[in-house]
Design a protein around this ligand. Structure first.
Ligand SMILES: *[C@@H]1O[C@H](CO)[C@@H](O)[C@H](O)[C@H]1NC(C)=O
Ligand SMILES: *[C@@H]1O[C@H](CO)[C@@H](O)[C@H](O)[C@H]1NC(C)=O
Ligand SMILES: *[C@@H]1O[C@H](CO)[C@@H](O)[C@H](O)[C@H]1NC(C)=O
Length: 140
């Protein structure tokens, strides 16, 4: 927003479809024109019944990669890098199960901007096969 510079993006797609048993990259990048120090990041999962933290950690500065603090699931790995121009804190989710369907929120908080935080959410739909989908209709 106009008051801060901390931007978080999960890309253009609002829903990602992926096949049961496969792996999927859930994208997330962040940026701040004030820079960052000891930035806190968190991916959380949420469906109608539960909400939980999947992975979280700290990025010390723009010369270091993220340090993972807590990881809730062996099927999750943090991908990307925060040493490049694009601060990439995407996660790879493997061995997908139908119960992985839900909202995935990427959250960051920047102490350098008085703990300004921001987040972005993507919806993952695990399916048994990929149908041809377009932006307007989902054909069954
Ligand atoms: C997809 O899910 C079904 C039911 O949970 C399971 O039996 C099957 O093995 C899964 N397929 C893959 C490729 O994991
Ligand atoms: C899941 O996220 C939605 C939208 O952010 C929120 O309204 C809902 O309360 C959350 N559910 C749980 C169980 O946290
Ligand atoms: C983030 O990193 C992953 C893994 O290296 C890569 O596949 C993806 O394209 C990167 N995303 C961006 C926006 O650079």
């Amino acid at each position: 927003g106009p008051l801060g510079s901390l931007e978080v993006s999960v890309g253009k797609a609002t829903t990602i479809y992926a096949i049961n048993g496969s792996s999927i990259l859930l994208p997330c990048t962040f940026s701040s024109c004030y820079g960052f120090e000891n930035l806190y990041f968190k991916w959380s999962y949420n469906n109608s019944e539960t909400s939980r933290i999947l992975i979280d950690g700290i990025v010390k500065n723009d010369k270091s990669d993220p340090k993972v603090r807590v990881k809730d699931d062996d099927r999750i790995t943090l991908e990307g890098s925060t040493k490049e121009k694009t601060n990439n804190i995407s996660i790879l989710l493997s061995d997908l199960e139908f119960s992985d369907t839900g909202r995935y929120t990427c959250f960051v908080r920047n102490p350098k901007e008085k703990d300004l935080n921001n987040s972005a959410t993507i919806f993952l739909q695990v399916v048994d096969k990929l149908e041809k989908v377009d932006n307007h209709h989902h054909h069954h």
